[in-house]
Design a protein around this ligand. Structure first.
Ligand SMILES: *Cc1c(COP(=O)(O)O)cnc(C)c1O
Length: 367
C-alpha cells in the first residue's frame, strides 16, 4: 500500500500519521465489547509506562482535544479554595489562565517573553510572596513559538515551595522523555494526535492517584470531572460516555510503532533530525527562526515572515506542492510555523524546504 499521504501535515496536530495507524481504524467496536474494554485498559497502562508513572499515577482518558484535558485538570484538581499560578510564555499558557478564570478559580500568572523560557528563580520568588498559591502550571513545549521550558528546574522550585505541579506536555509527550520517578508532578496533560502520532480526538491526564481520589466533588461539570471519569474506568473498565473507539484503536497501534521505533528517545532523535534539516535548509534560503538553537524544542519551528511574503499565498502554494504549514501565533512578530513532528523523516523535511524554494521563485521573492 502506498504510504504517501495526500499532503504532509507540517503542523503540531493533527499531523501526518502512518498508513498502518489509519488502517487500525477500519473496524467497529461496541463500547461494552470485552475486546474494547481490554484495549482501554492496555492504552491506559501504556501511557503511564511511557512516563514511568505506574506506581504513582493513573491515566485518565477523555473524549475531546487537548484543551478538554487542561479544563478537566484545572477544575478537578484545583480545589474551590485553591489558587493556580500559570507560567505564561505563549498562547497555551494564556489558555490555562482563561480556563481557571472562566470556572471561577483564583488564578495568577507570571508572564515571560514569548522567545524566552519560563524562569525557575522568578517562580520561586513569586511563590514565596504568595502563600495562597496551591498549584503551579507550565507548558513543556510552548507550541506558540516552539520553545522548550525547563520543567525540571521549575519542578524543583515548585516542590521546594511545597506546591503542586501541572505540566501541559501536549506537544512533547512521546518525543521528550518525562520520568515521574525523577520529576514530581500532580498532573501531566497530553493528547492522542501529537507526538504519539495517533489521530486527534482524545486527550488524557496522567494524574497522581491520591490527588485524584481526594478531588471528588471539585469539578463544575459532569463531563470534565476527572475523578468521576477515573472511577468509571476503575469500576467496570468502561468509559462513562460514548468512547472514541477508532481513535483509541489508532493510538494503541501508534504506540506499537513508537515501541518499534525504539521508544521516546528514538522518536525525539528523529524529530531532532527533522528539525535540523528544516532549520538549516530554511537558513540557506534566507529565513531566520525566532529562537536560539538551545531554546528550540524539536517540535515546531517559528520563522520570521519577511515583508512581501504574504502568508495566504505562500501557504496555499505550499499546499499545492503537498505540504501544509501553520500561520504564526506570536503576539508581537509576523511569523509562520513549520512542524517537525508526525510520521515524517528528514527526506520529507528536505522536500518541504525544496517546495519552499520553488514557491519563493514562483512568488519572485528572494531574501
Ligand atoms: C495542541 C496543544 C494544546 C491543546 O490544543 P487542542 O487544540 O485542544 O488540541 C494544549 N497545549 C499545547 C502546548 C498544545 O500544543
Amino acid at each position: 500500500m502506498n504510504d504517501r499521504p495526500m499532503s504532509y501535515l507540517l503542523t503540531p496536530g493533527p499531523l501526518t500519521t502512518s498508513a498502518r495507524t489509519r488502517e487500525a481504524m477500519l473496524r467497529d467496536w461496541g463500547s461494552r465489547d470485552p475486546d474494547f474494554i481490554a484495549l482501554t485498559a492496555r492504552v491506559r497502562k501504556r501511557l503511564c509506562a511511557l512516563a514511568n508513572a505506574e506506581a504513582t499515577h493513573t491515566a485518565v482518558l477523555l473524549q475531546g482535544s487537548g484543551t478538554y484535558a487542561l479544563d478537566a485538570t484545572v477544575q478537578t484538581l484545583v480545589p474551590k479554595d485553591g489558587k493556580l499560578l500559570v507560567l505564561v510564555n505563549g498562547a497555551y499558557g494564556r489558555r490555562m489562565v482563561e480556563i481557571a478564570r472562566r470556572i471561577g478559580r483564583d488564578v495568577a500568572f507570571l508572564e515571560f517573553a514569548e522567545d524566552a523560557p519560563a524562569d525557575p528563580d522568578i517562580t520561586a520568588a513569586y511563590l514565596k510572596s504568595d502563600p495562597a498559591v496551591t498549584h503551579v502550571a507550565v507548558v513543556h513545549c510552548e507550541t506558540t513559538s516552539g520553545i522548550l521550558n525547563p520543567i525540571e528546574a521549575i519542578g524543583d522550585a515548585v516542590a521546594r515551595a511545597g506546591r503542586k505541579y501541572f505540566i501541559d506536555a501536549m506537544s512533547s509527550f512521546g518525543a521528550i522523555s518525562i520520568d515521574a520517578r525523577k520529576l514530581t508532578f500532580e498532573a501531566m496533560m497530553a493528547a492522542s494526535g501529537k507526538c504519539l502520532e495517533g489521530v486527534p480526538g482524545m486527550s488524557f491526564v496522567l494524574a497522581n492517584k491520591a490527588a485524584l481520589a481526594a478531588a471528588g466533588g471539585n469539578a463544575l461539570s459532569i463531563s470534565l470531572d476527572l475523578t468521576a471519569q477515573w472511577q468509571g474506568f476503575e469500576k467496570d473498565g468502561q468509559w462513562r460516555f460514548t468512547p472514541p473507539t477508532q481513535v483509541l484503536a489508532a493510538l494503541d497501534c501508534a504506540m506499537d510503532q513508537l515501541d518499534e521505533e525504539g521508544g521516546v528517545d528514538a522518536r525525539g532523535a528523529r524529530y531532532a533530525r527533522n528539525c535540523r534539516v528544516l532549520r538549516e535548509g530554511m537558513a540557506r534560503l534566507g529565513f531566520r527562526s525566532i529562537l536560539f538553537d538551545n531554546l528550540q524544542a524539536p517540535i515546531i519551528v517559528t520563522f520570521h515572515r519577511p515583508p512581501g511574503l504574504e502568508y495566504e499565498t505562500f501557504g496555499a502554494a505550499l499546499k499545492e506542492r503537498g505540504f501544509v504549514i501553520y500561520p504564526g501565533k506570536l503576539t508581537k512578530l509576523d511569523t509562520f510555523r513549520i512542524g517537525c513532528i508526525g510520521a515524517i523523516d528528514a527526506k520529507v523535511m528536505s522536500a518541504a524546504v525544496d517546495a519552499v524554494a520553488q514557491t519563493m521563485r514562483e512568488m519572485k521573492i528572494s531574501l
